[in-house]
Design a protein around this ligand. Sequence first.
Ligand SMILES: CC(C)(COP(=O)(O)OP(=O)(O)OC[C@H]1O[C@@H](n2cnc3c(N)ncnc32)[C@H](O)[C@@H]1OP(=O)(O)O)[C@@H](O)C(=O)NCCC(=O)NCCS
Length: 165
Amino acid sequence: MDITVCRAADVPLLDRYLGTAAATSFHARRFARQQAGRSTYLVAWQDGRPAGHTEVRWGGCADPAVRAARPGCPEIDALAVAEHLRSRGIGGALVRRAEELARRRGHTAVGLGVADDNPRAAALYARLGYRPLTAYLDRWSCTGADGTLHEYADPCTFLVKELSR
Ligand SMILES: CC(C)(COP(=O)(O)OP(=O)(O)OC[C@H]1O[C@@H](n2cnc3c(N)ncnc32)[C@H](O)[C@@H]1OP(=O)(O)O)[C@@H](O)C(=O)NCCC(=O)NCCS
């Protein structure tokens, strides 16, 4: 399994193998943020196909409560692994690669949000050394294939890991 920084040519492959139902490409938006210098979009590969992804948002979480509790903390976001490839260490490897990038940029901590109804992901993050910082509402929206805007507010906990030098 390899992990690489997303290239333009990877976006159609991500759409094909790890696509979402949303009309506006989930992956294209993340690649555009990376090109603007706001994030790094990591792709995990298995047998020449995208197997998972995560985005490191260098500006941190958008939520004001999280920003106040831990200013300047980058956020690991959009972590997902293809269903048939889960529980093989790919998700953990993506998180560790994101931590390594943050450390290289001089950050002393990274964080991520986990939905309160996702205990398996929370268990993985606890094993990787993440500890709760604050509760918040993760507000996000997506446009469906029929053009309808769907808005969500998921109760989440923001977790932080202190990075060793
Ligand atoms: C969470 C996720 C990225 C983990 O990826 P992974 O490659 O399976 O992670 P690892 O193999 O490194 O670790 C496996 C652990 O992840 C956790 N996990 C969370 N959701 C899981 C799922 N649906 N299936 C399998 N493991 C899951 C478990 O603690 C699991 O441990 P186990 O194998 O002992 O049960 C993956 O399950 C996924 O894509 N889930 C759907 C999207 C999601 O919930 N993303 C996280 C948002 S905060």
